[in-house]
Design a protein around this ligand. Structure first.
Ligand code: 4AD
Ligand code: MG
Length: 462
């Protein structure tokens, strides 16, 4: 007999038929004569109730049906007499796959703290909360591919190991096969990378953008969706050392086209979650964040505010607030400022554009004012920056001048510069942090809790 997933069972219950289900016991209650077992198989947040009459089963077998144990149940699907479920299974056969010791199983009780659950990341997918988060993660990953595929974008696989620093921020993990206890040195006492695996310094990518641009300047519209790495020592609820990023890159898009795409893309993803993941969202809405579904709807239904950095600085300076980080033209916009704009001033997602060139990456298109670049950051409630992007500098001379001005390694970027020599084109793109998106979609408050196995400073367990 074939196993039926609980999700399928509940979708179209074939009453009075024999079914086989397999899963993990969430709870068991009852008395000497009868047991009610709540079984979950991960296919849905919902459990199926299994009713087992004690007299039909071996006494020892019944003893081993405890919270956390894994069982297979054969029985008849019937309309439920009890409250809280429409159907249940009257068990005729039960097999135990894996016992679960009640004394030592860490997930006995409900209501464990998120901090505690992080320490048992190998088991937390079995909780309702993490089950919901992980199913939503899957749904979003699928929706991302669907969105771009439907629009005719091509999925480009950019390298994970690179020889360049896409953001020019120097926050990279090195990749080497050197024995760190005896690194070969050159005559100046520096590591002799000519002897290393790649014959030059290499690192884990911080962004697929630069290679993404090469794709856009050939295929027109591409996107990447892959892991990126940042060796920044940021211990915040919004930063990971390893996270996935979605980076569309489009030929012939200016900054306005880029903003339109970013807004449409996020709205599509939020709508997709609302339409396809209602059970999990309702659970998170009731248990984690009472305002979640309302906030998701709000984002879909309202236009994002679009203002320039210069306008934002005026609003922030005139707010009468005391800031931890001072506000002023030329200074970076900090998380506290982003959240003020989004959560208090506008009460809507905000797209900030045209930042001073000094605080943005080298590749951004220089505006005619000589001071700002065609950057765009999308700021979200509860999160701050969720997307960073820009129109790219397509002019060879201007790009080269900026690379030199910023003392970036011109010779490592020869291939990037050549695209501006051979058939350059106006183009734009952005990066959406997948984990930050998941924070918004799930209402979870710490980025460590929307990633199955988070990587943060001093933590690479599991
Ligand atoms: O703003 P960032 O650094 O932009 C880029 O990397 C560009 N190359 C993207 C592009 O134009 N193709 O990062 C983009 C997004 C941020 O807005 C944020 O959502 C996320 O990536 N992000 C992080 N997410 C989790 N942990 C971190 N340490 C993150 N750093 C950036
Ligand atoms: Mg950014």
């Amino acid at each position: 007999m074939k196993r039926t997933k609980i999700r399928e069972l509940l979708k179209q219950p074939a009453l009075d038929t024999e079914v086989l289900v397999k899963g993990w016991v969430r709870t068991r209650r009852g008395n000497r004569n009868i047991s009610f077992i709540a079984l979950n198989d991960g296919s849905t947040i919902k459990n199926i109730q299994v009713v087992a009459e004690t007299s039909n089963f071996d006494e020892n077998l019944m003893k081993d049906i405890t919270t956390g144990s894994c069982i297979a149940v054969k029985g008849k699907l019937v309309r439920s007499q009890g409250q809280g479920q429409s159907v249940e299974i009257t068990a005729s056969h039960i097999e135990i796959y894996g016992k679960c010791d009640a004394e030592t199983y860490p997930l006995q009780k409900k209501g464990h703290s998120m901090e505690f659950l992080r320490e048992i990341a190998h088991l937390r997918p079995r909780t309702n909360t993490f089950g919901a988060v992980l199913r939503l993660r899957h749904a979003m990953a699928f929706a991302i591919h669907k969105y771009y595929n439907d629009k005719g974008f091509f999925y480009l696989h950019t390298p994970i190991i690179t020889g360049s620093d896409a953001e020019g921020a120097g926050e990279m993990f090195h990749v080497t096969t050197f024995d760190l206890a005896k690194v070969p040195l050159d005559k100046n006492g520096n590591p002799d990378y000519s002897l290393d695996f790649f014959g030059k310094p290499a690192n884990l990518t911080v962004s697929g953008q630069l290679e993404g641009e090469l794709g856009a300047l050939a295929l027109g519209e591409i996107y990447t969706f892959g892991p990126t790495f940042r060796a920044e020592n940021s211990n915040t609820p919004r930063h990971l050392a390893e996270f996935w990023m979605i980076e569309p890159e489009m030929a012939f898009y200016d900054i306005n086209d880029n903003m339109d795409l970013a807004e449409d893309f996020i709205k599509y993803l939020v709508s997709y979650a609302l339409e396809n993941c209602a059970d999990d969202l309702e659970f998170l809405n009731s248990m984690i964040d009472k305002g979640l579904i309302e906030r998701l709807r709000f984002v879909v239904d309202n236009e994002f505010v679009r203002i320039t950095y210069t306008e934002a600085v005026k609003i922030l300076s005139g707010s009468g607030r005391k800031w931890e980080f001072p506000v002023g033209w030329g200074r970076d916009i900090q998380a506290e400022h982003e959240r003020y704009l989004v959560e208090e001033h506008f009460r809507k997602p905000v797209i900030l554009t045209d930042y001073p060139k000094e605080i943005k990456a080298f590749y951004m298109k220089q505006n005619d004012d000589g001071k700002t670049v065609a950057a765009m950051d999308v700021l979200f409630p509860g999160i701050g920056e969720i997307i960073g992007g820009s129109q790219r500098e397509e002019n060879y001379d201007k790009l080269l001048a900026r690379i030199r001005e910023m003392n970036l390694p011109e010779k490592d970027l020869w291939w990037y510069l050549e695209t501006r020599k051979f058939g350059t084109a106006p183009h734009s793109g952005f990066g959406l942090g997948f984990a930050r998106l998941m924070l918004f979609i799930t209402g979870m408050s710490n980025i460590r809790d929307v990633v199955p196995f988070p990587r943060t400073p001093k933590n690479a367990e599991f």
